[in-house]
Ligand binder design. Sequence first.
Ligand code: GLN
Length: 486
Amino acid sequence: MLNFDTIIGARDAIRLKKISAVELTQQAIARIEAVDGRVRAFNSTCAQRALEQARLVDQGRRGGELAGVPIAVKDNLCTTFGTTTCSSKMLENFHSPYDATVIQKLESAGAVIVGKTNLDEFAMGSSTENSAFGSTRNPWNLNCVPGGSSGGSAAALASGACCGSIGSDTGGSIRQPAALCGVVGLKPTYGRISRYGLVAFASSLDQIGPFGWTVGDAALLLKVMSGHDPKDSTSVPHPVPDYPAEIDRPIKGLRIGVAKEFELTAGMDPHVSSAVDEAMKVYQRMGAQRVDVSLPHTEYGIAAYYVIAPCEASSNLARYDGIHYGHRTKKPVNDIIDLVSHSRAEGFGDEVKRRIMIGTYALSSGYYDAYYVRALQVRTLIKRDFDQAFNQCDVILSATSPTAAFAAGEKTADPLQMYLCDVFTVTCNIAGIAGISLPCGFTPGDQPLPIGLQLLGPTFGEETLLRAARMYESATDWHQRRPALK
Ligand code: GLN
């Protein structure tokens, strides 16, 4: 185990020389060796490089706000070291010629990257079972999934292999695995963090964001990664607030929106509902006010998302043809059509193929207006719902996921069931707003599983969101629990 397992704890311990960066990195590597054969959070590790980076910190030649802190990054973020596979056969041997902007920023802040984490292939999924390299398991119960698609990043943190990690969230892929693994996960506002070097899934929805054990850790990673980047025209030039500085300041008279549309009954685990209700009471005891808000188009969220995301994916993934990028078939081929179709048939897994087919169909002439344009119209309505709701409240509270972690294999045969994991998370991406998930309880029984609370905030409302999340965290101790994994 790590002697200091939170980002701020590790950073301070290194600064005060209670532990050296090299020692902490060695502990992370030892922990990966001890548990990752079972958790399988990592696609690849970079122990030697990490130790060298840590040594430079100890020698005073690398510094910054994350100096010496072990961090894991999702394997859809381009790094010049190791491979960037997106957990796909298509990119199994891909070596990126450049680093993603977030990788540069993390490393300039002194972070020690220990490895690249598993994901659902090209970030499509909610369980990290759609990986070409084997599924990741939940550190709280190895028979369960960690959520997805950033399940590797959430599980790496929860298993004690790093102090923080990075994921991407297109429809819930940071918040849902954070909920299922009992950690904090933040999806920033669209445009807050540069996506240069993030392998694109659905470009109008994708955002990069942090995982940490605490709200403060997430705030620090957010601060380090945020800001405008000329290499990503969707990143905005808004100034980056000092997120961690403000989080301990409670919000007087916090108005918490509760939408009846988020109180889904079918498919909702009653333990999740009661944990979320209890969280509302905790806020009320702290002086927060409950406001009933209405998000009437929420029920179309999943349908709109599962048109928009596959449409954009089918376009983004067209580049993997075995010529420009990606796996090339070794079969004898007659012509270019043969080459491309064999390469794609071999390189992509079933879920990715399903999305490409749905997207291509929905974008084809004659269907474009009925599906894609329609979904974009719904998108406007969903955005408007949030705009109106945020006139009445500061944050909106709900469950992150309708259930705690489910058993591995339970939903793999039924894509629709898997898509329904995202009911509470997709509308945030559709509207481009910010969202956070934080631990708010556990299921009963002898192998308790974490439950996640979601707070949504308006565009660039990260400061409010983090402060509101920190209020709850300061009144509870869920964030101090750790899995018993040996
Ligand atoms: N589970 C959703 C999907 O499969 C979201 C994935 C994500 O956010 N990357 O598309």
